[in-house]
Design a protein around this ligand. Structure first.
Ligand SMILES: [Zn+2]
Length: 481
């Protein structure tokens, strides 16, 4: 029997507000523990939370960008559970009345566009952080647990998808798309290492073609694209194996163990009623005015999906390239600037996806820190078009431009990289190569035409890659025939 997976993701995105969601404490990352706290966020009795308006605006903005309906009436709820990093004994979240519902985003997998539904986007506060340490014998030994409440009350958006995802790769593309949209909007920095974007994945399997859903498990706190993909691949296989052996899947929460490459049971899954949700009595319901929603709508930038479509229609890029070029706003702007200055779009996207991405990755740099200027690439492309340098030499020039910041022309001049397009000069070398390789010449003449590559390689080697490849080919074919 063949099985298929059904995947739904709950993504937590930390909002880029300066202060927490219900108090004025700073949200800055990396400060000394418990220095960004106050009676509200450490849960003292008698305090009153007040909603951060920016958090509401960011959530509406995100909802509009993901084509959601914005509720004219929503409210907060208490989600009750006990854990040492949650001083109030409940988390203020949203339950039956979230701010945004019924949206979607588009992803591109294998050059095909797929729509992934968004069930809801709601606001909630983050919890603190527990740290478990053993102190060295010199300091008295023993095990200690600490709690840092700097993160308690930091505003989060929880973005819940419909179970429209069927493959781990789609889950990764979906996560990447959410991250791109959030970063375009400036509502979340998308920094997964610092936990500003993390994901819980619900996954179940069922016999292919069947309508009903299988029993699902939830994998908690996946904080990199790689972990999302690996954990889902493992979990899908694990469930299929159990079912094939006649076993049953237990509804539970599991954790991804990245060192062992497996998911492990953490606890049996709570149901919503275990949390005893009830409306938060300390906060008034939210009634977002049309005027506010309209204003936010007007402030939306061109988003990744719209940009991708435009790059296909306006610049003639393939779907895959357009998706890559629009994955970051800084990258999309850079690409369009090169094109505006006269670069041929497909050539530009090839240079970006190939050499530029490689060089940035080697330094672990995000695109926004790219120091290469659009004009440098355009000037280099012109040198290729004019035949001054070959495509092969251009790779050397490109790397040199990236590393030194110099323009292509000076690099070509200084390093003597100008392409040899003088037929006489190339002819001498071609004659030389033919004279020295009589065996191969004989084989070529008896029909082994693929040996042309051997001769081209020799000529290129002798000219340090500077010979005009077209001329080399023409001359060789003439002389060998
Ligand atoms: Zn506070």
């Amino acid at each position: 029997m063949k099985y298929e997976a059904v995947i739904g993701l709950e993504v937590h995105a930390q909002m880029l507000t300066e202060t927490k969601i219900f108090c004025r404490c700073s949200t800055k990352f990396g400060s000394e523990p418990n220095t960004q706290t106050c009676p509200v966020c450490i849960g003292m009795p008698g305090v009153l939370p007040v909603l951060n308006k920016k958090a509401l605006e960011f959530t509406i903005k995100t909802g509009l960008a993901m084509k959601c309906k914005i509720s004219s009436y929503s409210r907060f709820a208490r989600k009750n559970y006990f854990y040492p990093d949650l001083p109030k004994g409940y988390q203020i979240s949203q339950y039956e009345l979230p701010v945004c519902e019924q949206g979607h985003v588009e992803i591109v997998v294998d050059s095909e566009v797929k729509k992934i539904g968004i069930t809801r986007i709601h606001m909630e506060e983050d919890a603190g952080k527990n740290i478990h340490e053993s102190s060295p014998p010199k300091a008295g030994g023993g095990n200690y647990s600490f709690v840092d409440l700097n993160r308690a009350g930091v505003p989060l958006m929880e973005i819940v998808s419909e179970p429209d995802i069927t493959r781990p790769r789609e889950a990764v593309e979906y996560m990447k798309k959410l991250r791109a949209i959030l970063r375009y909007l400036g509502v979340c920095d998308g920094n997964m290492e610092q936990g500003s974007l993390r994901c819980d994945a619900n996954v179940s399997v069922r016999p292919a073609g069947q309508d009903g859903l299988g029993v699902k498990t939830e994998i908690k706190n996946l904080n990199s694209f790689k972990f999302v993909e690996k954990a889902l691949e493992y979990e899908i296989e694990r469930q299929i194996k159990i079912l094939k052996e006649g076993g049953k899947i237990i509804q539970e929460t599991r954790l991804w163990n990245s060192e062992r490459g497996i998911t492990e049971s953490m606890r049996t899954k709570e149901e919503a009623h275990d949390y005893r949700y009830f409306p938060e009595p300390d906060l008034v319901p939210i009634m977002a005015e049309h005027q506010l929603i309209d204003e936010i709508k007007k402030s939306l930038p061109e988003l990744p999906d719209a940009k991708r479509k435009r790059f296909v229609s306006e610049h003639g890029l393939p779907e895959y390239d357009a998706d890559m070029m629009t994955s970051e706003k800084s990258l999309a702007d850079w690409f369009e600037e090169v094109v505006r200055l006269g670069g041929q779009p497909k050539a530009v996207s090839n240079w970006i996806m190939g050499d530029l991405m490689r060089l940035l990755n080697e330094e672990n740099k995000p695109f926004e820190d790219c120091s290469l200027k659009p004009k440098q690439l355009v000037d280099m492309l012109r040198l290729i078009d004019k035949g001054t340098i070959s495509g092969k030499i251009a790779k050397t020039v490109f790397e040199e431009m990236y590393k030194t910041g110099k323009d292509a022309e000076s690099i070509v001049r200084e390093k003597g990289l100008v392409q040899i397009s003088d037929a006489g000069e190339i002819e001498k070398i071609v004659d030389d190569v033919i004279a020295k390789n009589s065996k191969e010449v004989a084989r070529y003449r008896s029909g082994e035409e693929k040996l042309i590559g051997f001769f081209v390689g020799h000529v290129m080697k002798l000219t340090k890659g500077k010979a005009n490849p077209q001329l080399v080919n023409e001359l060789l074919k003439k002389k060998l025939s």
